[in-house]
Design a binder for this molecule. Structure first.
Ligand SMILES: Cc1cc2nc3c(=O)[nH]c(=O)nc-3n(C[C@H](O)[C@H](O)[C@H](O)COP(=O)(O)OP(=O)(O)OC[C@H]3O[C@@H](n4cnc5c(N)ncnc54)[C@H](O)[C@@H]3O)c2cc1C
Length: 411
């Protein structure tokens, strides 16, 4: 992280999600005059709320997870939409798997992967984001609870029109999410083909200590249930230009909830929200930074196209812009770091995406999960963010069946 002082440097940050709050924290610590604009807090964001161990590690200087309500996830259960409710009838299923009853009743366990306490927490975004924002304020950032309605950069700085009046700054950071206004002003909005629609329900009044992931071939992706302390966040997502509407996806999620009984007795509160899901090609020329602006988190499209994990990349890009600003070629350095440390990884995910949810691969993977401790260890590391796509290939290829499938997937 850069150490130069940033006194008298005015930075406006639009959006107080993880990316904006983290950038604010780092810049304020370096002495910049930081103002974050966001009218929404305290707010719940439609999200699973899964925060991986690697994401928490990025902010352990600023927030203590024990200070906010969260669920420590003990296991991840994988089921297959293509199978008949994934009954573990195979004789070779190991004893530990038998011990864990599934959410779908006896004899319906799916494939269960144990997680250590540092792998994954799930929290409401109202509490997680509030903790990050409070840390930024403690570091000296100011929060203006106003919507930004326009942004224009010129050679001397940036002008922001806000619900509270006109503001000037030296630099603007667009941390305003998938529908980013800053992005629309300095580059262009995401096209429909660059977005996923995520939709589902918060199921109030039920919880658990395991996540459930049902892999689906059509649309390619998964249905998830992520338990927060007093409710489940359940959802599904599909590429926005796929021939499926948000209503149809939500109906599918409702049918899953009802078939599995996973949220029996819960009050269901619907939500929908876009997630950037870029292709290999989109990542070739991403809009990241210019002389007076930078985009971070969802506004920059930094989301894993397979898992849709975006909190880690939001926090990481907040750190990177925080470190780069104030150096001679700060914006350029930031863009280079995003390319090296995030986009290289996201491109690998985008390449694998088409094959990852193919029924033949999913069936093999789930069978291997039941039978192989090595595959379960790989999946545990994937869920916690410890397994990079760059080395995933070698770990899987060492296992016979999945190794074969992997060769087919990447051929
Ligand atoms: C249904 C769903 C499930 C998901 N599940 C997970 C998960 O389990 N784990 C994970 O890692 N990722 C998940 N994601 C992705 C994750 O939610 C995002 O990647 C993450 O929130 C990005 O953080 P951000 O700070 O870039 O943007 P956001 O969190 O979207 O924050 C943007 C902020 O900008 C503010 N804003 C917008 N416009 C303006 C404006 N004009 N003026 C002022 N403020 C403005 C908004 O109020 C908001 O507070 C999920 C996404 C969805 C939709």
């Amino acid at each position: 992280m850069g150490t130069e002082g940033l006194g008298n440097y005015d930075v406006a940050i639009v959006g107080a999600g993880p990316a904006g709050a983290r950038a604010a924290y780092v810049l304020a610590r370096r002495g910049a005059r930081v103002t974050i604009f966001d009218p929404s807090h305290p707010r719940e964001k439609p999200c699973g709320g899964g925060v991986t161990g690697r994401a928490l590690a990025l902010v352990d200087d600023a927030i203590d997870p024990s200070s906010f309500a969260r669920t420590t996830i003990r296991a991840a259960r994988f089921t297959n939409a293509g199978s008949e409710r994934t009954r573990p009838t195979n004789d070779r299923i190991d004893a530990r798997q038998r011990r864990r009853p599934g959410p779908f009743g006896p004899g319906d366990a799916g494939s269960c992967v144990d997680l250590d306490g540092g792998a994954l927490i799930v929290a409401s975004r109202s509490t997680f984001d509030a903790a990050l924002l409070a840390a930024a304020e403690r570091a000296g950032a100011m929060v203006e609870r106003a919507r930004v309605t326009d942004v224009a950069a010129d050679t001397g700085g940036v002008t922001l029109e806000t619900a509270g009046g006109r503001r000037r700054a030296d630099f603007v950071i667009g941390a305003d999410g998938a529908n980013s206004l800053v992005r629309r002003r300095v580059a262009s909005a995401f096209r429909r083909s660059q977005l996923s629609i995520a939709t589902g329900f918060f199921a109030r009044g039920v919880t658990s200590d395991e996540i459930v992931v049902e892999l689906t071939a059509d649309p390619p992706g998964y249905i998830w249930s992520f338990p927060r302390p007093d409710h489940l966040a359940i959802g599904i997502c599909a590429q926005a230009d796929a021939c499926v509407t948000a209503e149809a996806l939500r109906a599918r999620t409702a049918a899953w909830i009802s078939a599995t009984g996973i949220a029996r007795g819960a009050r269901l509160q619907p939500y929908s929200w876009p997630i950037p899901s870029l292709s290999v090609r989109d990542f070739e020329d991403p809009a990241l930074a210019g002389p007076r602006w930078a985009l971070v988190g969802d506004a920059a499209g930094l989301v894993d196209p397979i898992t849709r994990e975006g909190i880690y990349f939001g926090l990481a890009s907040g750190n990177w812009i925080g470190a780069a600003l104030g150096t001679r070629h700060g914006a350029r350095e930031y863009a280079a770091r995003v390319r090296d440390e995030a986009i290289a990884e996201l491109v690998r995910a985008a390449r694998l995406k088409a094959g990852f949810f193919r029924p033949v691969f999913v069936s093999l993977l789930l069978r291997a999960l039941e039978q192989s401790a090595a595959i379960r260890a790989v999946m545990a590391d994937l869920v916690s963010g410890r397994q990079r796509y760059a080395t995933l290939k070698w770990r899987l290829i060492k296992t016979f069946e999945v190794g074969l499938a992997w060769r087919a997937l990447t051929a």
